[in-house]
Design a protein around this ligand. Structure first.
Ligand code: ADP
Ligand code: ADP
Length: 220
């Protein structure tokens, strides 16, 4: 489904070069639920950003469904990302002056569909995360766990093949965190969604099928 071949990434700031990832090889199978663990600064977010086509590696090859995307133009990459990939972040990244429903509809604005179709898909996604009763609320009127569920609805509304989550429970207390984890488990089981999740929490990682450990830009 998704593979990284000899991926390296370095950042150049002034004269200082930071090697964030070095020679990473990784294959994620369709329908897998994988966790990524490692100390702060080891390259987890960079890895997830490259998997999600948000950032480009300095060298190496990313393939999606066996097709290397190295030679793709920006526009093709954007299209592929919006079609196949959903993102969830630690701090939700919702737009505060848009209602819940409008937040969830956002990723669909790039697709050719009517307003009515967009609304129907957004409502279905919000039902899936158990928030049908909150569609006309604003994000700030919801608890942290509810806001993360809105963010998950937004991530799945376009029916992505792969869901990338960067510490999705990091800003939540353990009870809400566990609920969010249960929701991800049910999306994985019901829809066979492939999930890659960065976490600092061993308990959450144990609930996934495979844990990848990153240290100093390398897989261990
Ligand atoms: P993690 O998610 O594991 O905390 P990151 O992937 O955010 O780690 O960062 C890995 C390394 O790359 C760190 O040393 C970080 O400072 C550096 N880094 C990440 N993004 C950038 C950037 N945009 N510019 C410069 N350095 C960066
Ligand atoms: P984490 O919560 O995973 O440790 P950080 O808070 O370190 O992540 O970084 C969040 C994001 O900020 C990273 O994904 C990266 O894009 C960016 N970033 C991290 N370090 C740097 C840096 N030294 N310079 C510029 N951007 C950075």
């Amino acid at each position: 489904m998704l593979s990284l071949q000899n991926i390296s990434k370095s950042f150049q700031t002034d004269r200082i070069e930071t090697i964030a990832l070095s020679d990473i090889n990784l294959h994620v199978n369709k329908g897998e639920f994988v966790s990524v663990m490692g100390p702060s600064g080891c390259g987890k977010s960079t890895l997830l950003n490259i998997m999600g086509l948000l950032d480009q590696p300095s060298s190496g090859e990313v393939s999606i469904d066996e097709t290397p995307i190295t030679s793709y133009k920006d526009k093709q990459i954007t299209g592929l990302r919006s079609q196949k990939i959903g993102f969830i972040f630690q701090s939700f990244h919702l737009i505060h002056d848009l209602k819940v429903l409008d937040n969830v509809e956002l990723p669909l604005l790039y697709r050719k569909m009517s307003a009515k179709e967009r609304k129907a898909l957004a409502i279905t996604a919000l039902e899936k995360v158990g928030l049908s009763a909150r569609i006309h609320h604003y994000p700030t009127q919801l608890s942290g766990g509810q806001q993360q569920r809105v963010a998950i609805a937004r991530a799945i509304v376009g029916k992505p093949e792969i869901l990338l989550a960067d510490e999705p429970t990091g800003n939540l207390d353990s009870h809400m965190g566990s609920e969010i984890m249960s929701l991800l488990e049910s999306l994985h089981q019901q829809d066979n969604t492939t999930i890659v999740m960065v976490t600092h929490d061993e308990e959450m990682a144990k609930r996934t099928q495979r844990t990848i450990r990153v240290f100093d830009g390398q897989l261990i």
